[in-house]
Design a protein around this ligand. Structure first.
Ligand code: GUN
Length: 298
């Protein structure tokens, strides 16, 4: 069997960002201001610092304004909530992202609840989760929306396809299953208590793996020709003499790509889509705040 086509998420995300930059320039011309994203980082988690830096850079590169707020790890919940409140009322700010996880002692749900749903470009607020659940327009979490874009680009119509989502988190698994269901796939959500997981995955035309367990999904779990979307980003322990371990997904890539029809790599698959969709959601928010109609197909 031929090797699977490798889905180039980086190239797809770059093309999306280039289109967003054109729309952002048109928006700025019409509205007299750039679309703006506020990113809040509490504490000094190294991975979060990298993500937040990347988000700021991507904003600026797309012609959007980035407002970074870096707060010390001992910030009180009251101080954080008051910053969110200020950003809710700031007319330059279209989107608000509070980087998760928050340091111990800060209530993530309380902070998410404080973000105005029309600036919740992460799609984490219960109002936006509820809108997705009942099929109303709202902000959808960036990673599953990015996965959907890759799937539709690869497969076109998903009607009637069997999809298995491994993982049931609020950020990826649950919204992913809803999006696939909305696209008329037949969806199974699998998780740590699922019996005979390999057999469940073997039925799937579409596999979305979002469990955070390195290379858990093996090649012989994959139906020949299936499309495999790997959301996992796991760092293996360093090899002898190396400082850092390799980055791998939740899928054993070499094995799976010998069987699948198409597969996303790690890195360079789903990861780059997340920030591109964050910019997309911010632009959608900006059009709404300015009372302007967003361009079709955003
Ligand atoms: N931490 C890891 N991914 C994300 C994300 O997409 N949004 C936020 N707010 N925090 C994260």
């Amino acid at each position: 069997m031929a090797e699977a086509m490798v889905i180039d998420g980086k190239a797809f995300a770059d093309a999306l960002r280039a289109r967003l930059a054109e729309h952002a320039a048109a928006f700025a011309h019409q509205a007299g201001r750039r679309p703006g994203l506020a990113v809040v980082l509490v504490g000094d988690d190294p991975a979060s610092q990298v993500y937040v830096g990347a988000k700021g850079k991507a904003c600026e590169a797309a012609g959007m304004a980035s407002f970074e707020h870096r707060l010390p790890a001992d910030t009180s919940e009251a101080a954080l909530l008051s910053l969110v409140e200020r950003l809710n009322h700031d007319p330059e700010v279209d989107g608000i992202l509070v980087q998760m996880p928050l340091p111990a002692g800060l209530d993530e749900q309380a902070v998410i609840a404080a973000i105005s749903p029309d600036k919740d470009v992460d799609g984490f607020h219960v109002i936006n989760a509820g809108r997705l659940a009942v099929g109303q327009k709202g902000f959808v979490p960036c990673t599953p929306l990015g996965c959907m874009m890759l799937l539709k680009d690869r497969l076109g119509d998903l009607s009637g396809l069997d999809a298995v989502v491994i993982g049931r988190s609020n950020i990826v698994g649950k919204p992913m299953a809803q999006l696939l269901n909305d696209a008329n796939a037949t969806v199974t959500i699998a998780h740590s208590r699922t019996k005979n997981l390999a057999d469940v995955v073997r039925r799937a035309d579409i596999v979305v793996a979002a469990v955070g367990r390195p290379e858990m999904v093996r090649g012989d779990w994959i139906k020949p020709g299936a499309t495999v979307i790997d959301v996992g980003i796991n760092r293996l322990p360093p090899a002898e003499g190396k400082e850092k371990g390799r980055l791998v997904g939740d899928v054993a890539f070499a094995e799976a790509s010998a069987v699948a029809g198409a597969i996303t790599p790690v890195p360079g698959g789903v990861g780059p889509m997340t920030i591109a969709v964050l910019l997309r959601n911010t632009l959608v928010a900006a059009y709404a705040h300015a009372g302007m109609t967003a361009p079709a197909g955003l």
